[in-house]
Design a protein around this ligand. Structure first.
Ligand SMILES: [Fe+2]
Ligand SMILES: [Fe+2]
Length: 255
């Protein structure tokens, strides 16, 4: 290895650093194929290749020592504190809904609407987020989280919601949602819970008051009343979405 570091690309250097860090660790940590796809690579970490690179070591099958420790029986609040990369937007949206006198169901929907983005995956986040919470919240809340994915792109002047300026800046003025989003919007528009989902959009504010104090403590009781925390721990229960929470709990376990 007499390659000059300057001849390496950014991602090669990052890979090398990662590799060096890995050698110091007790266990072999693997990345999922999805993580590689997100780097633009159609490849996977295979056990043969990984063991050859880390002789004598076993694969990680427990907590990832690089991540904050979680309690034995984690709650949604623990995920907020130790796994969600950013909570300001969620807390600001929920605070906005609460101050606007919205019912607790709407406040909870605002608090949870983007949890997929902050903990799991950006792509199709409304759908992922809804599945994550579906077994634990009122059906209407999960439906609203799912559907805000589509409603975001369509104005509703009756509640003063216009197409977000931010989207023009982020996606360009020419961007148009894909047909599946248009179809979802049409179905949602005719649904009895339309307004619950629409209220997520109304409270989904992007320009925040930097001085506004928001804290999860303000919503712990709301969560307690409306989120059915499994006694085994969130992710360690047998609900249809427990595996999603487990993946966030232990993202690098070999299996
Ligand atoms: Fe969202
Ligand atoms: Fe949002």
């Amino acid at each position: 290895m007499n390659e000059q570091p300057f001849s390496l690309s950014m991602s090669e250097r990052a890979d090398r650093l990662e590799e060096e860090k890995m050698h110091e660790m007790e266990r072999i940590i693997t990345r999922s194929t999805l993580a590689h796809l997100m780097d633009g690579n159609v490849k996977m970490d295979t056990s043969v290749e990984m063991r050859a690179r880390h002789p004598g070591k076993f694969f990680l099958m427990a907590d990832d020592p690089r991540l904050p420790p979680m309690p034995e029986k984690p709650t949604l609040v623990d995920y907020f504190r130790h796994r969600f990369a950013s909570t300001a937007h969620l807390l600001q949206s929920a605070t906005h809904a609460f101050k606007g006198g919205q019912p607790e169901k709407v406040v909870l929907a605002c608090l949870l609407h983007d949890i997929a983005i902050v903990s799991f995956i950006r792509r199709d986040h409304g759908y992922w987020g809804a599945q994550m919470i579906e077994p634990y919240v009122d059906e209407e809340v999960a439906w609203a989280v799912k559907t805000h994915q589509a409603l975001r792109f369509f104005p509703d002047e009756s509640v003063g919601y216009g197409y977000p300026d931010l989207y023009k800046q982020l996606f360009g003025p020419e961007y148009r949602p894909e047909p599946y989003i248009v179809e979802e919007y049409k179905r949602a528009r005719a649904h009895k819970w339309y307004m619950t989902s629409r209220l997520i959009c109304v409270n989904d504010i992007y320009s925040f008051d930097p001085n506004a104090k928001v804290t999860l403590d303000d919503f712990v009781d709301t969560i307690g009343r409306n989120f059915k925390q499994p006694k085994e721990g969130l992710g360690l229960d047998s609900s249809p979405s427990a595996h999603m929470w487990r993946t966030i709990l232990w993202p690098t376990r070999f299996l």
